[in-house]
Ligand binder design. Structure first.
Ligand code: PEP
Length: 251
């Protein structure tokens, strides 16, 4: 079992309205409720519109709140953006940054991601920094090169390792039902630790991309895989809990 505490993160993306989001959050919290503390960290990252209400619903439960993306500045004339401190105000402890849907959907560079990581860590958030190769990178045999470059360039010089999680999310595996083998994930996770240098053994490196209750077990039994970032399957309370419960024993 992993030396590091496991981390299970739900990325709800742009899904959920007030009623459905609250039902989902309450159902997950109820499944997670136990007499004993959870032996892993369980985080829900709803859309920004639901953050406050979901945070209220999670009060007194072992489930923690996170946000999706933030601006680099603390405040300013940035229509439509939210600062890291605003997510802290909403009760968030984690934030997802550098997701491929931001990198490729919004043209975010690794340099911008690094600035966001710095801003979010300064505000006190734990940053979940996503990296991953595209299908074309994979076919070109460039996975290692891309991952190394993204890890190096997406972290600020003064990165706080205690507030850092890296999520390896192959772009071709997100929402496609396709996945690398656990062995291939392990190779990339080891590379990420190597790039991180002396901090590599303490930072949690999690995997994301078409994780389901059916395949979570084969991923989470590996020491190198410190947790999972779950998109579609996190929109179903029982399914998401089944993924999380995979690391109930022995974590
Ligand atoms: C994601 O977008 O972070 C993700 C992992 O999505 P899915 O689980 O749907 O592949």
């Amino acid at each position: 079992m992993s030396k590091r505490r496991r981390l299970i993160v739900a990325n709800w993306k742009m899904y959920g309205r007030l009623t459905s989001g609250l039902v989902l959050a309450r159902d997950i919290a109820e499944l997670a409720q136990s007499d004993r503390p959870l032996p892993f960290d369980l985080v829900l990252c709803p859309p920004a519109t639901l953050t406050w209400a979901v945070g209220e619903a999670l009060q007194g439960t072992p489930v923690v709140l996170g946000g999706q993306d933030c601006h680099t500045a603390t405040h300013g004339a940035y229509t439509g953006d939210l600062s890291a401190a605003m997510f802290v105000d909403l009760g968030c402890r984690y934030i997802i940054l550098g997701h491929s849907e931001r990198r490729y959907g919004h043209g975010e560079s690794s340099e911008l991601v690094a600035q966001k990581v710095e801003a979010a860590q300064l505000a006190g958030l734990t940053t979940i920094v996503c990296v991953g190769e595209t299908a074309a990178d994979l076919q070109a045999g460039a996975t290692a090169e891309i991952i190394e470059k993204q890890v190096r360039e997406s972290l600020p010089k003064n990165v706080k390792t205690s507030n850092l999680v890296i999520a390896y999310e192959p772009v071709w595996a997100i929402g496609t039902g396709q996945q690398p083998s656990p062995e291939d994930v392990i190779v990339v996770h080891k590379l990420i630790r190597k790039v991180l240098g002396e901090i590599g053994e303490t930072v949690r490196v999690i995997y994301g991309g078409s994780v389901t209750p059916a395949n979570a077990g084969t991923l989470l039994r590996e020491d190198e895989i410190d947790g999972v970032l779950v998109g579609s399957a996190s929109l179903n309370a029982e399914g998401f809990w089944a993924i999380a419960a995979t690391c109930q024993q022995g974590s």
